[in-house]
Every structure is written in structure tokens, then in C-alpha cells.
Design a binder for this molecule. Structure first.
Ligand code: 0WD
Length: 260
């Protein structure tokens, strides 16, 4: 019997079978969770439906997290399938491609900054606000995905680093606000993984090579490794953990100097 047996999980952020959200979905399915999925737009619908089927799910609903109307419709529609649910996975981020390269000060704009913070951080609060009535009063958990660029200056990550710093603070504020409702909120800081979103970051290959050469485990992590930790953090095995940022990055974040 899996450790997510009898849990229902809503997965937001599957764009392909390389998505981190797909690694999370597979891990949660393997541990016995029942799944529902969202897709951002019509272009992704059939792909997400196909992947959902692989996890035995036929609940696949539209949601662009940029609008409150979409978010409210999502939970109305979800409510026709489930009266309550236990796990919300937020694996979504966006910043304009031209702001994910080059000089941070020269390339960051007011508009790009607003957009990055709105989609990559505020959307977590907006989703929790709408999901709260369906998640309160029984052991529930919310998980999102961040990156080391929130804590340290990185080449090219630029405005997304600021948005991820906001997401990490959001994790703590939400954990504090939702704890009394028995909803835990955690965040995984994943190492670089080649996905559609990562393709938008300048010199991404160099980041992968650098981690492989310098992380304590001398490798990059997979979506399955991130998925397994997400499954644990959203399970009752982690009932004492909330407001935490957990690194799944082959140890890269602990290194101060390499070459010894
Ligand atoms: O190296 C990486 N890939 C890392 C990713 C390292 C550490 C963290 N992360 C984070 C990302 O910042 C993001 O928060 O993991 C999360 C998932 O990213 P991913 O799995 O790397 O990327 P991807 O497979 O592209 O899924 C993200 C999806 C979008 O895909 P595209 O590529 O089409 O932008 O987020 C979705 C979208 O489907 N998304 C939205 N969904 C609903 N509403 C929206 C939106 N407005 N914007 C983007």
C-alpha cells in the first residue's frame, strides 16, 4: 500500500512528459494518490489528457493562473468531481524570454517584473485562496517549485530569481496562515532540469554541466527524484513539516568553493 493511498491531488503545471509536474504526478500515482490535472491552454489540452490517462485520471481541466476567473472556474469544475481534496501541486512559472538573459539591470522591465511575480508567486496565493474551502479541516498539503537563483545571484536567471524569492517568502506566509486549517505549505528547490521552461533560460546547458561537475553527488537530478520528495512532503509522513524550502539538487547549494 502506497503512502498517498486515499489522497486526492490536483497537479498544476504539466506541459510535457519532461515537466517536473509530470515527475511529481508519477510519484504520487505510484504511492496510491488519485489525480486531477490542469492545462494552461488549448495547445496543451490533448497532451495533458494523454498523460493523465497514464495515471488513470480523466479529470483534466483548463486553468490559466493569470486570471482569478479561470482559478474560480477550476475549483467549481473540480467540485463536480471531488467534494474535497488533499494535495495541491503548483509547478508553474513565467518570465519574458528576453529578460532571462544578459545584464539583469539593463534587461529587467516593470512589465516583465510584474508578470514574473504574478505568474510565478502570487498565483500560489490565489490558488490557495480558492482551494482553501476544499482543503481545510483534514490533513492537506501544498507544494511548489523554486530554484537556487532565489537565494544567490546567477547568470541569466535575473527577474525570475526575484520572483522565486517571493515564492519562497510566500511559502512561509502561507504556511503560517493555513497551518490552523491543517494545510501544510512547502517548497522544493530543484536543481536544473531540461524542460520547456528551462529552454527559455540563457546558457542552460552550462548550468547543467556546472552542477554535474561540482555538486557533491556529481550529477543532475531527474524529475523522478524531485517527484519522490514532493510525494513525501505532501504525505502524512511529513505531518510535522511546513513552511520549508527543501533542496533536491544533488547537494549543489551547500558548496562554497570547488576544485579540491
Ligand atoms: O531547471 C528547471 N527546469 C527548474 C524548474 C529548476 C527549479 C525549479 N523549476 C521550477 C520552474 O520555475 C517552475 O516553477 O519548476 C516549475 C516547473 O517548471 P518545469 O517543469 O521546468 O517547466 P515546464 O515543463 O515548462 O512547465 C511549466 C509550465 C508551463 O510550461 P511552458 O513551457 O508552456 O511555459 O508552467 C505552465 C505552463 O504550462 N504555466 C502556466 N500554467 C497556467 N497558467 C502559466 C499560466 N499562466 N504559465 C506557465
Amino acid at each position: 500500500m502506497g503512502f498517498l493511498e486515499n489522497k486526492k491531488a490536483l497537479i498544476i503545471g504539466v506541459a510535457s512528459n519532461r515537466s517536473i509536474a509530470w515527475g511529481v504526478a508519477k510519484a504520487m500515482h505510484a504511492q496510491g494518490a488519485e489525480l486531477a490535472f490542469t492545462y494552461q491552454n488549448d495547445r496543451l489540452q490533448s497532451r495533458v489528457e494523454k498523460l493523465a490517462k497514464e495515471c488513470g485520471s480523466d479529470i483534466v481541466l483548463p486553468c490559466d493562473v493569470a486570471t482569478d476567473e479561470n482559478i474560480s472556474d477550476l475549483f467549481k469544475q473540480l467540485g463536480t468531481h471531488w467534494s474535497e481534496f488533499d494535495i495541491l501541486v503548483h509547478s508553474v512559472a513565467f518570465a519574458p524570454k528576453e529578460e532571462l538573459e544578459g545584464d539583469f539591470v539593463d534587461n529587467t522591465t516593470r512589465e516583465g517584473s510584474k508578470l514574473a511575480h504574478d505568474i510565478s508567486s502570487y498565483s500560489l496565493t490565489a490558488l490557495a485562496k480558492a482551494a482553501r474551502p476544499m482543503m481545510s479541516g483534514h490533513p492537506s498539503a501544498i507544494i511548489s517549485l523554486t530554484y537556487l537563483g532565489a537565494m544567490k545571484a546567477m547568470p541569466n536567471y535575473n527577474v525570475m530569481g526575484l520572483a522565486k524569492a517571493s515564492l519562497e517568502a510566500n511559502t512561509r506566509y502561507m504556511a503560517y496562515a493555513l497551518g490552523p486549517d491543517n494545510i501544510r505549505v512547502n517548497c522544493i528547490s530543484a536543481g536544473p532540469i531540461r524542460t520547456l521552461a528551462a529552454a527559455g533560460i540563457g546558457d542552460f546547458r552550462k548550468m547543467l554541466d556546472h552542477v554535474e561537475q561540482n555538486a557533491p553527488l556529481r550529477k543532475n537530478v531527474s524529475i523522478d527524484e524531485v517527484g519522490n520528495v514532493a510525494a513525501f512532503l505532501c504525505s502524512d509522513l511529513a505531518s510535522g513539516i511546513t513552511g520549508e524550502i527543501t533542496y533536491v539538487d544533488a547537494g549543489f547549494n551547500i558548496v562554497g568553493m570547488t576544485g579540491y
